[in-house]
Design a protein around this ligand. Structure first.
Ligand SMILES: [Zn+2]
Ligand SMILES: [Zn+2]
Length: 348
C-alpha cells in the first residue's frame, strides 16, 4: 500500500510501505476514507519529541471501512464504516472500566512507532486496528465522515476541556488559542449553555470562527486580555480558563486570568519540563489545575448521539481538504497556517 511516512524533521513522503496484517485475534484492517492532520502530529513533524522511527505511517484521526477481521472480533464485520479514536483501548482494564480509555494499560497511540514498537498511523491506505471491538465506533446513518473524524479526537477533546474547566451557564470562561481544539472547546462550551466565553488568539480568521461559534473575540496583540476579563468579572478573573496552545506563555497567561478558586485547564500538548507558575502562586489562588489527554473513545460514545441529533455543524472546524497523496504539502499548509488553514483533512 501507499502511506504518508515520517522521513525526518519536516519531511514526509507518500510512498510504498508494507501492507498491515492481522497480528492479534482482536485486530481488524481498515481501508482509509478520511484522515485528519492534528496539531499534535506537528510535534514529531518538528522533531520536538524524539523517538519516532523513520518510516512510521503518520496520523491518529481516521474514518474508513473494515476490510479484514481477526478471529475474536465480535461486534464488527467486513464492510462496516467506522471511526478511530486516537488511541487503541482494551475495554476491560482498570482504566477502561473507569472511562479513562486514553490510559488503557495496553493501549497505544496511533502513528507512533519507536524502536520498532508501537502502532503505525492512519494516514495510509490501510491500517491495523488492535482491540477493534473496544477501540472502533461505527459511523451511524446521519453522521458525516467529517463529524465522525472529529469525534475521534478534536471535538471530544473540546468537550473534555470544557468539562474540566467547569463550564456552566453562569460564569466567565476564557479559551486561549483558537486552533481546532480551542474552537472545539468554544463550540462545546456554548452547547453546554455557557453565556460568557472569551476567545483569545491573534489570527483574524480564527477569531472570526470563534465569534461564529458564539464567543467574544480578543485579539491578544491589539487588546489587553487581562483588563477585559477583569472588567467582565468585577475584578475577580475568569471562573475557568482553557489553555489550548501548549506553551509556557499561554499557561502563564491562563494563571494570570483565572480567579481564586477557579480552574486552569491545560489541554494543549506540553513539552515543557516545568510549570510556568510557582506552587506558592497556585496555593495563594486556591488554583484547580487540570490537564491530560482526552479519553476520546469514552467521549465519542457519549457525544455521538448528540452530534447526530442536534446538528451542531461541528464539521465547520474543517477548512482544508487534500488528497492523501498530497499529504506532505497538506502538512506544510497546516503547519504554516497558510491560506487561513485551521483544520486539514486528507481523502483517499
Ligand atoms: Zn488529533
Ligand atoms: Zn484497557
Amino acid at each position: 500500500m501507499n502511506g504518508l511516512l515520517f522521513s525526518g524533521i519536516k519531511k514526509l513522503t507518500f510512498t510504498e510501505t508494507p501492507d498491515p496484517t492481522i497480528v492479534e485475534a482482536g485486530d481488524v484492517i481498515l481501508k482509509l476514507e478520511l484522515a485528519g492532520i492534528c496539531g499534535s502530529d506537528l510535534h514529531p513533524y518538528h522533531g520536538r519529541e524524539e523517538g519516532l522511527d523513520l518510516g512510521t505511517v503518520m496520523g491518529h484521526e481516521g474514518v474508513g471501512t473494515i476490510v479484514e477481521v481477526g478471529k475474536s472480533v465480535r461486534s464488527l464485520k467486513k464492510g462496516d464504516r467506522v471511526f478511530v479514536p486516537f488511541t487503541s483501548n482494551c475495554g476491560g482494564c482498570f482504566y477502561c472500566e473507569r472511562g479513562l480509555t486514553c490510559r488503557c494499560s495496553s493501549g497505544q497511540l496511533f502513528g507512533w512507532v519507536e524502536k520498532g514498537r508501537g502502532l503505525h498511523g492512519l494516514q495510509g491506505e490501510y491500517s491495523r486496528i488492535p482491540f477493534a471491538d473496544s477501540t472502533l465506533m461505527k459511523v451511524p446513518e446521519g453522521v458525516k465522515a467529517e463529524e465522525a473524524l472529529l469525534l475521534g479526537d478534536v471535538f471530544s477533546t473540546g468537550r473534555f476541556s470544557a468539562e474540566m474547566a467547569g463550564v456552566s451557564e453562569e460564569g466567565t470562561f476564557v479559551v486561549l488559542g483558537c486552533g481546532p481544539v480551542g474552537l472545539a472547546s468554544i463550540l462545546n462550551a456554548k452547547v453546554m449553555g455557557a453565556t460568557s466565553v472569551f476567545a483569545v488568539d491573534t489570527i483574524a480568521e480564527r477569531l472570526e470562527k470563534a465569534v461564529l461559534f458564539g464567543a467574544t473575540a480578543i485579539d491578544f496583540k491589539k487588546q489587553n486580555v487581562k483588563a477585559l476579563v477583569l472588567e467582565e468579572t468585577d475584578g475577580r478573573g475568569a471562573d475557568g480558563v482553557i489553555e489550548a496552545v501548549g506553551s509556557a506563555a499561554a499557561e502563564r497567561l491562563g494563571m494570570d486570568l483565572v480567579r481564586p478558586g477557579g480552574t486552569l485547564c491545560v489541554t494543549g500538548v506540553h513539552t515543557d519540563k516545568a510549570y510556568s507558575f510557582s506552587p506558592v502562586e497556585a496555593y495563594n489562588k486556591n488554583l484547580i489545575y487540570k490537564t491530560g489527554r482526552c479519553p476520546a473513545r469514552y467521549y465519542a460514545e457519549k457525544l455521538l448521539p448528540l452530534v447526530r441529533e442536534k446538528r451542531w455543524g461541528i464539521d465547520r472546524l474543517i477548512t482544508h481538504r487534500f488528497p492523501l497523496k498530497e499529504g506532505a504539502f497538506a502538512y506544510q499548509v497546516f503547519d504554516e497556517k497558510r491560506d487561513a488553514c485551521i483544520k486539514a483533512v486528507l481523502t483517499t
